[in-house]
Write a new protein. Structure first.
Lengths: 89, 410
């Protein structure tokens, strides 16, 4: 699998089932609207697309990110590689 | 007779994830999935979500695999077929059309079935259950013309269906057999928070109530309650729980209880037969007991672990699973075991404003589960505390203090 560079949570699709939190709780959490957000360095929480090297847990494995994306029951998590190619879904 | 190396009964998330994992570990071994629904893998979680029903999410978002995914991965999907007989000595499964399939390794990922509503007239049209995609399609069609709905049952399905129907502008009456919502999984206070949100949005709740009869000619036109009051309606949605239909598995001599019994590797009592997902009653090493869970993440992870074992990579299943739903501006989250058989002590973390509430369940000094209303921020840390299995006997006072930061216990 190509290396993951960017993570995007499609907010309109997210239903807050929290399976991404279960698979990768160092990367995702639910916000006050029960939607998944991404944990960035310096304690920042973001609903925007995030580059992997800006993550609080930038050492998270690609396998963990993929598992989290695959666990989403609405396929709301999109992963892109270094060429900008969509890795999942 | 056809013979396959890996036979999987059940095409849901547990079975399909297992097939995917098998393919990663054994690129060449033949693999067949038997599914009693005529569809490829779809999101059963999305089925009950208002945005899906109200067609705000495109219908095709329901599919979790492309149509050609199976062929591309050399996985055979036998959709719309039901397994009826298992012979663990001959290692064969017989389908409803008489086809016999021999296997080397078998996975039972059969899931749970919807509990039938045993009420006179329940077979009438416009009485709906929500289990599969076909049920959802029927409800989506009916919602377009319905004016008044009755929901039976206070659980996830009841909650989500109330939300969907109110958003669709339909008049809703929710009928609870118990004194409060989700009794006894939730306490009165948690139930009251949910009920208040439902009522604010216009849902009428009838507590301690039973339906005696569904009336109408061919289609339901109303229900008669235990107190003989007649409630007119043009649709009824029933969500009163699930059970595991496993007569054929039991007949094969496999040990069952409420679910199909399995050890921590998800192996059943029969050689070369594993179980994953809602139908598994497995030895949970973290909770220290046999438990059956009905949630998406659990099913997916069990599919992975069982597949590894089928490929000779025996791995212990260890996961604190949780599930969250939201609607009417509130969230409900469950983590770990929220229905301890006996001996569970509940510790309540009640916020000062009374709008959020966590209940932590302790058994033999350890946290085994929690229910959270409007408190998903505590979900990840509570799951970690469950996983840690630390003795909390001396920390009970801290746990009950909503201002105490649970992270300091990690």
């Amino acid at each position: 699998m190509a290396k993951i560079k960017k993570i995007v949570v499609e907010r309109n699709l997210c239903i807050g089932a929290a399976s991404c939190v279960l698979s990768a709780d160092t990367v995702f959490e639910l916000d006050a609207e029960n939607k998944a957000i991404i944990k960035l360095k310096g304690g920042v929480k973001s609903a925007d697309p995030a580059e992997k090297n800006t993550l609080e847990d930038e050492a998270v494995s690609d396998d963990t990110l993929l598992t989290a994306a695959q666990s989403c029951p609405t396929r709301a998590i999109f992963l892109y590689d270094e060429d900008g190619t969509q890795v999942y879904p | 007779m056809e013979k396959v190396k890996y036979l999987i009964v059940g095409g849901g998330v547990a079975g399909t994830t297992a097939a995917e994992t098998i393919r990663q570990l054994d690129p060449a071994g033949s693999c067949t999935i038997i599914s009693d629904e005529p569809y490829r893998l779809y999101s059963r979680v999305m089925l009950s979500k208002p945005n899906f029903f109200l067609e705000k999410i495109p219908f095709d978002q329901i599919w979790l695999k492309q149509e050609d995914w199976y062929a591309k991965n050399n996985i055979t999907l036998m959709a719309g077929r039901k397994a009826t007989t298992l012979d663990t000595a001959a290692k064969t499964v017989t389908l409803d059309d008489g086809t016999n399939i021999a296997y080397d390794k078998l996975l039972l990922a059969t899931g749970a079935s919807i509990r039938n509503w045993e009420v006179t007239g329940a077979e009438k049209q416009n009485v709906f259950y929500l289990h599969g995609l076909d049920d959802a399609k029927q409800i989506i069609a009916k919602v377009k013309s319905a004016k008044r709905a009755v929901i039976v049952g206070g659980g996830f399905i009841g909650f989500e269906m109330c939300d969907m129907l109110r958003l669709a502008g339909i008049e809703v009456t929710l009928i609870l057999r118990k004194p409060h919502f989700w009794d006894p999984v939730l306490d009165q206070h948690s139930g009251a928070l949910i009920e208040a949100a439902l009522e604010r949005s216009g849902v009428k709740i009838l507590r301690n109530s039973l339906v005696k009869e569904v009336v109408g000619n061919v289609a339901a036109q109303g229900v008669i309650l235990h107190n003989d009051i007649m409630l007119p309606c043009d649709m009824i949605i029933v969500g009163i729980g699930t059970y595991c239909p496993f007569e054929w598995i039991k007949n094969a001599g496999i040990q069952v209880n409420r679910g199909i019994l399995a050890n921590e590797y998800l192996a059943t009592s029969a050689p070369d037969v594993w179980v994953a997902g809602d139908s598994a009653e497995f030895n949970d090493l973290i909770l220290g007991e046999q438990i059956q869970l009905g949630n998406w993440a659990n099913a997916q992870m069990q599919g992975k672990i069982a597949a590894r074992a089928m490929c000779g990579e025996k791995t212990e299943f260890r996961l604190v699973s949780f599930y969250v739903t939201s609607g009417f501006g509130i969230t409900i989250a469950f983590a770990g075991n929220v229905r301890p058989a006996e001996g569970g002590v509940h510790i309540t973390r009640d916020s000062a404003d009374g709008n959020s509430l966590s209940r932590i369940i302790i058994k033999s000094g350890k946290i085994i589960g929690a229910t959270m209303i409007n408190n998903t921020k505590e979900l990840a840390v509570i799951a970690k505390l469950i996983e840690k299995s630390a003795n909390m006997e001396n920390d009970k006072d801290k746990l009950s203090d909503p201002l105490f930061d649970l992270k300091t216990l990690l």
